[in-house]
Design a binder for this molecule. Structure first.
Ligand code: FES
Length: 104
């Protein structure tokens, strides 16, 4: 049986940035509000020491604040240099405004 852990409220996700950094099982995770669809990836950019929660969200992509690498949030796939590594994605469940991530 899957175990889901509450990590935040949907309303905690900044309406300005559309992102929120949370901790989940010792890892930094970035939550995204894609116009009501909540997604989650690793927060640390695989290219360097940057938090994607500080990045720029647009049309289902996140642009890293450090070197402007872009990822597709739903697939985790890198979209342009300098990023070449997929983001780890997390399964998300939302119930009554609470965001849950699947435990390992
Ligand atoms: Fe994210 Fe370089 S640290 S693109």
């Amino acid at each position: 049986m899957d175990i889901w852990k509450p990590v935040a409220l949907v309303s905690d996700i900044s309406p300005d940035t559309g992102t929120l950094r949370v901790e989940h099982e010792g890892e930094g995770v970035c939550l995204y509000d894609l116009q009501g669809e909540i997604c989650a990836t690793q927060d640390r950019c695989p290219h360097g020491n940057a938090s994607l929660a500080d990045g720029y969200l647009e049309d289902g992509t996140i642009e890293c604040p450090l070197h402007q690498g872009v990822f597709d949030i739903r697939t985790g796939k890198p979209q342009c240099p300098p990023v070449t590594t997929d983001l780890r994605r997390y399964d998300v469940r939302v119930e009554a405004d609470t965001v849950y991530l699947k435990a390992e």
